[in-house]
Design a protein around this ligand. Structure first.
Ligand SMILES: Nc1ncnc2c1ncn2[C@@H]1O[C@H](COP(=O)(O)OP(=O)(O)OP(=O)(O)O)[C@@H](O)[C@H]1O
Length: 272
């Protein structure tokens, strides 16, 4: 199912933080949202998983406006890993993941064998099967993250909305998560701070800056040294990853773009 975001405006207490954003998350693709702190990534994602209502504009799911669906209907299609990582569940890991099955249950209906299989598979997918009986609140940040991701998988959605899913994860679990997302082949809209992870996992990227999409396209076209300087304020070169051939962004950790000895963004360095 594809997502269309058209001329989206979102405000908090009258302050507009997303102003005219447009993007498409194509069916079965991984669409990345990148941008500086406060650029509106989480806010935009919150409208897709219906935590927030737009002040103007539309969010369409396979051509139908989300707000024309009941929350139950949209929950059968869209699952989220929100930024709010709910630390207050007095539940076991398994019970948290089983919450993902709620949109499919009639009131007070119990779990059936199919639900149990889906929950078990989701826990296995995120490498948390052995923690099924542990209390959610006793987990580390990265472990909680993986359990909440399993809850989203258990919802068996057409569309996954993931806000910073690699936050808190060690590098091995970051890699595992990105491999898992690729294998899912679901429509995925994901915000990422790690531009190298975004470059390797996303089919298309949208760059948010001050609440608007300022660049869209395949990672190699979007993540240029000029964009890195203009939008993120850093100096960077883009080279080919020696193992994968993906774009690899090499940041200059010694100087911001406006402190650099030359204002001209670096060209890809020659090798040899
Ligand atoms: N609940 C809220 N109430 C009021 N303002 C908010 C709220 N959440 C976010 N904002 C403001 O909206 C703007 C966009 O925030 P948002 O969290 O969407 O940005 P972001 O791109 O996800 O940032 P980050 O990279 O830091 O996570 C910021 O100025 C932020 O302070």
């Amino acid at each position: 199912m594809r997502i269309d975001i058209e001329d989206l405006h979102v405000a908090y207490a009258g302050r507009t933080v997303v102003a005219g954003a447009r993007l498409v998350a194509a069916e079965g693709e991984i669409t990345g949202l990148v941008g500086p702190n406060g650029s509106g990534k989480s806010t935009l994602l919150r409208t897709v998983y219906r935590h927030l209502k737009p002040t103007a504009g539309r969010v369409l799911l396979a051509g139908t406006e989300l707000r024309e669906m009941t929350p139950l209907q949209s929950a059968r299609h869209v699952a989220a890993l929100p930024q709010e990582r709910g630390s207050d569940f007095e539940l076991t890991v398994r019970e948290v993941v089983a919450m993902g099955r709620t949109p499919y249950k009639r009131a007070f209906a119990g779990e059936d064998a199919a639900d149990r299989d889906v929950v078990a598979q989701a826990l296995t997918d995120v490498g948390m099967a052995e923690a099924a009986g542990r209390r959610f609140t006793a987990l580390s940040g990265g472990e909680r993250q993986r359990v909440l991701l399993a809850r989203a998988f258990a919802q068996d959605p057409d569309v996954l909305v993931l806000d910073e899913p690699t936050n808190h994860l060690d590098i091995r679990h970051q890699v595992d998560l990105l491999v898992l997302l690729r294998a899912q082949r679901r429509t995925t809209l994901v915000s990422l701070h790690d531009l190298n992870a975004a470059a390797s996992v996303c089919d298309r990227l949208h760059v948010l800056h001050e609440g608007a999409v300022v660049a869209s396209g395949p990672p190699r076209d979007v993540l240029t040294p000029a964009l890195m300087a203009e939008v993120f304020g850093v100096r960077a070169a883009v080279v080919d990853h020696p193992l994968t051939g993906d774009p690899l962004i090499a940041f200059d950790h010694r100087a911001a773009a406006d402190e650099a000895p030359t204002a001209v963004p670096l060209e890809t360095p020659t090798r040899g």
